[in-house]
Write a protein that binds this ligand. Structure first.
Ligand code: MN
Ligand code: MN
Length: 427
């Protein structure tokens, strides 16, 4: 297929005009009034290959295009001129994942098989109907969870001391089951439970866990009889197929189940659950707020997390994490994250509720709210302790003359930086 030169120009010009209408009046006026502005480019003067309004012939997009995808990803269509190089994608929307539907609800996952960069962590979204049970099971990895909507009953047995854990969680609550801890989740009324699970291993597979039904089906009845000191016929009705996520009746009351399950040995009914609604934010600024939940406040956890709220116009400041990779889940609103990597590469991607983001260890990044509502996202780390290094704090606590010799900002710039970490800007 050939494209006539005139049509190419027309397509480029049409896109340019639409794009132009989206920029501010001041930017438009400046671009029109001073043709020199059009020379702004990532390359040295005289080798102009990009323009602020993308009107150049080499910037034409004759098509085909995918307007819904491009509309959600403006930074991929026209990234900031400071973006550079071929950094692999660090975003994967749960909307693109296969949804496995069972009688008691559904689940879908984003792992290293979907998002190649996410080697250290994987995530699962799950919905359980009122009464729907995620079968009693365990896995090698630790499970960190965030309740998005509804209510659930969670159970476990603590490997330390063998005590019973039964508790109810609702929107905003967290839980943590250490690797190897057997557990279950059941949706409660009236709307069931929608939640997020995060695992400290990118190769985790939600469809490949140790299920109680599988375990018993693949153990001889005579062994089960000997092990539990009961008749073999006790196991005549063990299901012939795995249960996984199945519909059931609602459980008994929490008090009744805690009492019955913890009868002989007692319970650890708060050990594996944490309710961020009961803690004060670690930081509140004009630009937003943050709550940090790590081993310091939630001793059972070996997965640290931050719940970040960024107000419209605000930004999670430039920073990185020296201890581990960061797995993100966007809960509400719209944002844009830029990651700076070594060798002068940088890339920007756009995010919205339901998207997963990923930042490798010690790669600098910042997240802007690009919407009109609060941006809420989770930062999750496969590390018991939360740690970040703020770019502002680095420079504020380095000799001013030394920094000026690198950046030529003037020493006054260093004196203006807040001496305490901002986390979210503006202060
Ligand atoms: Mn699990
Ligand atoms: Mn971060």
């Amino acid at each position: 297929m050939s494209i006539e030169p005139e049509k190419t120009v027309a397509a480029g010009a049409a896109f340019t005009r639409r794009h132009f209408l989206g920029v501010s009046g001041a930017a438009l006026a400046a671009a029109v009034a001073t043709p020199a502005m059009e020379g702004q480019t990532a390359r040295p003067a005289g080798k102009q290959i990009t323009s602020p309004d993308h009107h150049l012939q080499n910037e034409a997009q004759p098509g085909p295009t995918n307007p819904p995808i491009e509309g959600e990803n403006p930074s991929s269509v026209w990234g900031p001129l400071s973006d550079n190089g071929s950094m692999p994608p660090f975003k994967y929307p749960f909307s693109l994942s296969h949804k496995e539907i069972d009688s008691g609800g559904w689940t879908r996952q984003v792992t290293v098989r979907d998002l190649a960069v996410s080697k250290e962590m994987a995530g699962v979204e799950m919905y359980l109907t009122p009464g729907g049970i995620r079968e009693l099971h365990w896995h090698v990895q630790a499970e960190w969870a965030f309740m998005i909507r509804g209510k659930a009953r969670i159970t476990a047995v603590d490997p330390e001391g063998g005590k019973s854990f039964v508790n109810d969680v609702s929107a905003g609550d967290l839980w943590l089951f250490p690797g190897g801890t057997p557990h279950s989740i059941q949706g409660l009324g009236p709307e069931g439970a929608m939640f997020l699970l995060v695992f400290n291993d990118g190769t985790f597979n939600e469809f490949d866990t140790f299920l109680l039904s599988d375990y018993f089906r693949h153990t001889p009845k005579e062994v089960l009889a000997k092990n539990f000191n009961v008749a073999e016929s006790t196991f005549d009705n063990v299901p012939s197929e795995k249960l996984y996520i199945f519909q059931s009746d609602l459980p008994r009351t929490l008090e009744e189940e805690q009492k019955q399950a913890g009868d002989s040995r007692g319970n650890v009914d708060s050990k594996f659950v944490f309710r961020p609604s009961e803690m004060k934010p670690n930081k509140v600024a004009a630009g937003g707020s943050v709550k940090i939940i790590d081993k310091a406040v939630f001793p059972a956890t070996d997965i640290a997390a931050a719940i970040v709220t960024v107000k419209p116009g605000g930004m999670r400041e430039m920073h990185w994490h020296p201890l581990s990779d960061e797995w993100q889940y966007y809960v509400a609103g719209k944002g844009r994250m830029t990651i700076f990597n070594a060798a002068g590469t940088a890339r920007t991607e756009d995010f919205q509720a339901g998207d997963v983001g990923y930042v490798q260890i010690s790669r600098a990044h910042y997240i802007e709210n690009t919407g009109t509502e609060d941006l809420v996202f989770l930062e999750v780390f496969p590390s018991p302790l939360y740690q970040d290094l703020s770019t502002a704090q680095w420079l504020a606590h380095t000799p001013a003359r030394l920094v000026d010799e690198h950046l030529h900002t003037g020493e006054e710039f260093l004196r203006k930086i807040a001496k305490d970490e901002a986390i979210v800007v503006p202060l």
